[in-house]
Design a protein around this ligand. Structure first.
Ligand code: EPZ
Length: 424
């Protein structure tokens, strides 16, 4: 498990381009299961999770060929419809094959995704939606066994909200299953994230009839079959936000390119509330050197509100703010593993009832810390780059899941960061 050695306190400068969105690529790739024709997906981030998703497709009879950032897919056979535990245990988004398999093969056997450090990751909403379309669902030996009725799935009115609001991947699975069901499906309390819209747009380009994606009500009129896809995924709004915080926390002038500011409005609003000088120019965000940030009050909620995937990064910035910040997690109440590591660096953070209160300090100090999950790892890299002295960040395989070659890209901005391979 590799380690990053980071020397903080360095001003950065330059431009950094955002890659394709991991959380669009992972569901979009599964649409190839819904057609017997070849597909091509472009602009993919070269990440471990994307490679795992491709492996899952391979086990399901899809031949794949990489060409740069594109993957070409072709249906080899549809004999196996089991997505195995050994792949899903490392990457929850493998559950996104459930709806597409049910739509195209009338059956699916998908390992229950494990939990992870950010919290329990149930799939009850996925199953509620698929049952509403007529699927028979059994849970046996850690697997979901889903079977469509003889005549195929049929459209339904489905309320897909849970205790914590809408679900991104549940919306994906139900939307895919409904795309080839008989009749009309209405999903109420659908997730509105841009990544859901990207999947809907891809499916429509394949001949589906989906309207309302991006709103809480999605209407799907089932079609008999879909053509192949030729689709480029949207830019990663979470990676873009991470780079904006990078500029703010190191008080650097950075330009973040190839992003979609229109997907980042809640985040940009919070940055401006914290006094960060951020200018939107088309598909670029220009951050000017900032003074000490102001404290903030943030609540994570489903899109278009402030994203939980940016919570750790903003907490890192809040550690250096002037005043006390309050961050409340309304999506994953336990998603604060990064707080203990930030406290090792001198931050003042107290957590109770899914709420963190961060009393800003003048400086963080480099320390030996440990990554716990993808976004926490990114936050800890940001903190290390702002801290005085050296930080050793262990278990950085987490960050490789969501940020491509991150140390190379940061070094190009002047960051002093190097990867120390752990001796085998
Ligand atoms: C997606 O996960 C993202 N992953 C997550 O990003 C992101 O944090 C999350 O949405 C919330 O925005 C992908 O898109 C691959 P949810 P997903 O279903 O779909 C509860 C990252 O760092 N829930 O929207 O799995 C759930 O417990 C990852 O890139 C149920 O109760 O999340 C949570 O509290 C981390 N029952 C809330 O809903 C269900 O059946 C939102 O979860 C499903 C979810």
């Amino acid at each position: 498990m590799d380690t990053f050695r980071i020397l903080g306190g360095q001003r950065l400068a330059g431009r950094i381009a955002v890659n394709g969105a991991k959380n669009a690529a992972l569901p979009v790739l599964t649409t190839c299961l819904m057609t017997r024709q070849p597909c091509c997906f472009h602009g993919l981030p070269l990440l471990r999770d994307v490679q795992t998703q491709v492996k899952i497709l391979n086990t399901l009879g899809i031949e794949t060929r990489w060409q740069g950032r594109s993957v070409h897919t072709r249906l080899r056979d549809d004999y196996n419809s089991t997505a195995p535990y050994e792949l899903l245990k490392t990457m929850r988004a493998g559950v996104c094959v459930l709806g597409p398999l049910l739509a195209s093969r009338g059956q699916a056997r998908v390992s229950l995704p494990g939990g992870c450090v950010i919290g329990e990751r149930p799939i009850d909403l996925h199953l509620r939606g698929l049952e509403a379309l007529g699927a028979e669902i059994d849970i046996e030996h850690g697997y979901v066994q889903a079977t469509a009725p003889i005549g195929g799935l049929r459209g339904a009115e489905i309320y897909l909200g849970g205790t914590w609001g809408s679900s991104v991947t549940a919306t994906h699975n139900v939307m895919c299953a409904a795309a080839c069901a008989r009749g009309r499906t209405v999903i109420e309390c659908a997730a509105c994230e841009p990544e859901v819209v990207d999947v809907a747009n891809c499916l429509n380009a394949m001949g589906a009839r989906i309207s309302g994606a991006g709103s809480p009500r999605i209407i799907i009129d089932g079609v008999r079959r879909l053509t192949g896809a030729d689709w480029k995924v949207i830019p990663d709004r979470i990676e873009a936000a991470t780079f904006v915080v990078l500029a703010a926390i190191t008080r650097s002038a950075l330009t973040v390119t190839n992003c979609r500011p229109d997907h980042m409005l809640a985040f940009i609003h919070v940055m401006r509330q914290m006094g960060i000088d951020i200018t939107v120019r088309g598909r670029r965000l220009e951050v000017a050197p900032s003074k000490r940030p102001r404290a903030c009050e943030v609540v994570t909620l489903p899109y278009p509100a402030f994203p939980t995937d940016c919570q750790a990064q903003v907490m890192a910035l809040a550690c250096l703010a002037d005043g006390a910040s309050v961050i409340t997690e309304r999506i994953y109440p336990d998603r604060f593993m990064h707080a203990a590591e930030l406290k090792r660096m001198g931050a003042t953070i107290s957590i109770a009832n899914a709420q963190a209160v961060i009393q800003g300090v003048r400086n963080l100090e480099g320390a030996e810390i440990m990554a716990s999950d993808l976004r926490a790892s990114a936050a800890l890299v940001l903190a290390g780059l702002a801290a005085k002295g050296e930080t050793l960040l262990h278990r950085i395989y987490h960050i490789d899941r969501g940020y491509e070659r991150i140390e190379e890209r940061l070094r190009r901005l002047g960051a002093r960061i190097e990867r120390i391979p752990t001796p085998a």
